[in-house]
Design a protein around this ligand. Structure first.
Ligand code: G3H
Ligand code: 13P
Ligand code: ZN
Length: 328
């Protein structure tokens, strides 16, 4: 059944677990996520980005998610709009039947101006008014994602990739977070705590507390009733990088967020963990390997099946690691 993000994350908070939110663009990703949730008895958050809508078209995405609900009626599903950049985008998603939307005003009205608090709080408040009237949840974002190692903002929907952030901008301020939640009434808040979007998060193997765990703790203490969201949470599995590169790929050495760091975050109020890159890597690796091993094969279902299996394994591992397994 389709439920709201608030409903799903309230349960996660009560029982102290986290839920991976996987990006969907196609049938194979959708099936991998649902099969993994079914296998592990986990709740599902699937999210569609602006890029996904451009790729598949809003009606196809909507029906892909509805098909998942129809095929797996026993699994609770949140249909979430990822990184909405305007009131209009959020309104259209609500109209389409999404049960949750993200209003990301963290980069300002032009998408290039971090830290415009007034704009961000104002637009997010408007989205909340409309969404809540329709029973739809809202995720906001405060602070700018960026790698604490490099200062690079990463790829946020193609924006900000060339912008270098200061250390302060890359950590959400707990007092400001409290004010933002009071003023906007968001259900969930994406925070900046050292993660960044895309595959290139860290250039060296991360050790110890590569994320600002104390900051997560401090934010959670100030806004205990608001569910924290960690974007840019792919772990960039080294085994998949290797498989890609052994089969004709050329991906430079790079590292993601270790799962144990995410588990630390979950201890201190992180409930929604956004993952896109890991499924892209697993899918690409599985397809490249299949193509190398079966050069005469040309039935797409053969290699796409390998893609589904590889993505499913990642989903199962995350459901288990975040303790969502058994709560479906
Ligand atoms: O926020 C970024 C997500 O990974 C979505 O990426 O805009 O390429 O679909 P995308
Ligand atoms: P990754 O690029 O780390 O998978 O993050 C995805 C994300 O945050 C989508 O909103
Ligand atoms: Zn994101």
């Amino acid at each position: 059944a389709l439920i709201s993000l608030r409903q799903m994350l309230d349960h996660a908070a009560e029982f102290g677990y986290g839920i991976p939110a996987f990006n969907v663009n196609n049938l194979e990703q959708m099936r991998a996520i649902m099969l993994a949730a079914d296998k592990t008895d986990s709740p599902v958050i699937v999210q569609a980005s602006a890029g996904a809508r451009k790729y598949a078209g809003a009606p196809f995405l909507r029906h892909l998610i509805l098909a998942a609900v129809e095929e797996f009626p026993h699994i609770p599903v949140v249909m979430h709009q990822d990184h909405g950049t305007s009131l209009g985008v959020c309104q259209r998603s609500i109209q389409l039947g999404f049960s949750s939307v993200m209003m990301d005003g963290s980069l300002g009205e032009d998408g290039k101006t971090p830290m415009d608090y007034g704009y961000n709080a104002g637009i997010t408040r408007k989205v909340v008014e409309i969404a809540h009237a329709c029973g739809v949840s809202v995720e906001g974002e405060l602070g700018c994602l960026g790698s604490l190692e490099t200062g690079a903002a990463g790829e946020e929907d193609g924006i900000g990739a060339d912008c270098i952030l200061s250390h302060d901008q890359m950590l959400t301020d707990p007092e400001e977070a409290a004010q933002f939640v009071r003023e906007t009434q968001v259900d969930a808040l994406a925070i900046a705590c050292g993660t960044s979007h895309g595959a290139y998060k860290f250039s060296r193997p991360p050790t110890g507390d590569i994320l600002a765990i104390d900051r997560i703790k401090a934010i959670h203490q100030r806004i205990p009733d608001t569910h924290l969201v960690m974007h840019g949470s792919s772990s960039v599995p080294q085994e998949w990088l290797q498989i890609i590169n052994e089969n004709g790929g050329q991906i430079p050495q790079t590292y993601g967020v270790p799962v144990d760091q995410i588990q630390q975050g979950i201890k201190y109020g992180v409930r929604k963990i956004n993952i896109d890159t890991d499924l892209r890597l697993a899918s690409t690796g599985a397809i490249r390997r299949y193509m190398t091993q079966h050069p005469a094969e040309f039935d797409p279902r053969k290699y796409l099946q390998e893609s589904v299996k590889a993505m499913m394994e990642i989903c199962v591992a995350r459901y288990e690691a975040f303790n969502a397994a058994g709560h479906g």
